[in-house]
Design a protein around this ligand. Structure first.
Ligand SMILES: Cc1cc2nc3c(=O)[nH]c(=O)nc-3n(C[C@H](O)[C@H](O)[C@H](O)COP(=O)(O)OP(=O)(O)OC[C@H]3O[C@@H](n4cnc5c(N)ncnc54)[C@H](O)[C@@H]3O)c2cc1C
Length: 182
């Protein structure tokens, strides 16, 4: 008889992260680095570096429709095609409307990418810090609820992420756009 007596122990985790996008991926990274036994569950396919980028080196004229989605596709995907980045070169990273329809009680354009890395594979890499003006805006204008934190509280955490991710940009010295760890 071949019974795995350690099965429960082997399948017990300190933390389980659902989804491997920027949020889940980063959470899992932090948890692992803190020594927690972490399980990441991802619904989408694995995207292997290079081999799963079949369109990366193609020119627009090498696509069937010059890298634009045909009209029939637009009609079948009124939500997904609202995203400017969905074209013939990137379509494999977007969930099509019919693949996973959802109920909209109010208009809500939900752009989704089901794969390891989630939408981090299609985002535009624009990352600006909020400034002190943003954190103080509600209190200053008397609108809604004051933020419980200020720029100084979050600044070290911005640095923590920026250094790992490799954010690039210009050190312009603008108070409204605080300088990051470029
Ligand atoms: C074209 C485009 C450009 C963008 N550009 C920028 C930009 O320049 N700057 C910026 O700040 N933001 C940008 N964004 C927004 C940014 O990319 C997203 O806010 C961010 O990537 C979302 O990360 P997330 O981890 O919350 O979600 P997602 O990346 O959507 O990750 C969710 C993950 O969970 C998985 N999942 C879902 N359901 C389940 C389930 N039931 N079980 C298991 N796994 C599941 C999904 O497959 C996916 O991998 C852009 C978005 C798009 C679409």
């Amino acid at each position: 008889m071949n019974i795995n007596g350690d099965a429960t122990k082997q399948n017990t985790y300190d933390a389980i992260v659902i989804g491997s996008g920027i949020s889940g991926g980063w959470a899992a990274k932090e948890l692992c680095e803190k020594g927690l036994k972490t399980l990441v569950l991802e619904r989408g396919r694995d995207v292997r570096h290079i081999v799963d980028y079949p369109t990366a080196t193609l020119n627009p004229w090498e696509f069937p429709h010059r890298n634009r989605m045909p009209e029939a596709f637009d009609q079948q995907n009124p939500i997904a095609t609202k995203c400017y980045a969905l074209d013939e070169s990137t379509q494999q990273f977007f969930v099509k409307d019919a693949e996973h329809p959802y109920v909209q009680e109010k208009p809500f354009d939900w752009i989704r990418g089901y794969q390891v890395g989630g939408k981090s594979l299609i985002w535009a890499r624009q990352t600006q810090r909020w400034s002190k003006f943003d954190f103080e805006a509600n209190a200053r204008d008397g609108a809604a609820i004051d933020w419980p934190i200020r720029y100084e509280d979050i600044a070290p955490w911005y640095s923590h992420v920026e250094k790992f991710v490799g954010i690039s940009g210009n050190k312009d010295g603008l108070e409204t756009l605080p300088m990051a760890n470029f």
